[in-house]
Ligand binder design. Structure first.
Ligand code: THU
Length: 129
């Protein structure tokens, strides 16, 4: 799948976000090494810390389907105008690292897309060998 298609899939997923508390809709779409695409959105909870970020939801869902290598994750924050407000949180970066995500595409309401490697977003990350 092309990058622009993956970003569009993340934007569509963001429309399905359940975020009544923050009003901040986030979608994520990933391409696994075998080419399969998975999408998800952030899902909040009245007990706020129980909420799940979009990236965590989609990566853990794909892993539960058997995925062990992820090439690219697109993240769409359709309620953010500034790209600096659209980056994955630290926990999601660590979750993406588990399945060797190579590239992360960050996009906003306006559609600006920034492309990063996971090495840029989470250098010197923790791993077990
Ligand atoms: N959120 C994500 O889905 N991904 C991130 O990387 C950062 C934050 C969600 C969590 C919560 O539902 C809302 O955005 C506001 O924090």
């Amino acid at each position: 799948m092309r990058d622009d298609e993956l970003v569009e899939a993340a934007r569509a997923a963001a429309e399905r976000s359940y975020s009544p508390y923050s009003g901040f809709r986030v979608g994520a779409a990933l391409v696994a090494a075998d080419g399969t695409v998975y999408t998800a959105a952030n899902v909040e909870n009245a007990s706020y810390p129980v909420s799940s970020c979009a990236e965590a939801t989609v990566v853990n869902y794909a892993a539960a389907q058997g995925v062990r290598k992820i090439d690219t994750v697109a993240v769409a924050c359709i309620d953010a105008d500034d790209p600096e407000d659209a980056y994955p949180c630290g926990r999601c970066r660590q979750i993406m690292a588990e399945f060797d995500v190579e590239r992360v595409l960050v996009t906003t309401a306006g559609g600006d897309v920034r492309v990063h490697t996971l090495d840029e977003l989470l250098p010197h990350r923790f791993r077990l060998r």
